[in-house]
Design a protein around this ligand. Sequence first.
Ligand code: HEC
Length: 151
Amino acid sequence: MSALSCKDLRARGEESGMPIFDPLSRATSLTLLALGLAGLAACGADAADPAPPLKPVAAGDAARGLRLLTQYQCGSCHAIPGVPAARGIHGPTLQAFGKRSYIAGRVPNFPETLAQWMVAPASLVPDTPMPSMGVSPEDARHMAAYLGQLE
Ligand code: HEC
């Protein structure tokens, strides 16, 4: 049984008229299939037929991030350990940012959310005083990697 894929099980269920493996209507299944979610929707956590792996998010490069933090002049508003001349006081210090639970006190601090914050802070906290800095998503990933390892 365990060697059978989820698809096999569903096909058998359909042949024998058993509805147990396909509680969804055929049309819904096809729609989900088109979305690449069929495995998940029909089988849940069936280990014999795992859902396709999520696309991995490439980790940023902290060394590049350090250079970019200088280039974008984040230090005009923030104190950032390791970044030359980053002594700004308009924004909060980014010291030990890797240990912070929240960005701006409100958004959980994960590499993805931190990168998103740098690209468009107001998309996460609409009334934030931090301006959009014209940061590309790729540059943001690298800077998030640098800030994320500050302890
Ligand atoms: C014009 C000043 C200014 C510049 C330039 C600026 N920021 Fe900010 N930043 C702020 C302010 C003000 C806040 C506080 C926002 C809030 O609490 O909503 C902030 C918040 C942050 C936070 C969250 C801090 C915390 O304590 O949770 C991070 C991370 C951050 N900025 C990164 C950057 C990065 C990276 C750059 C450069 C790409 C940058 N900032 C450029 C003003 C600035």
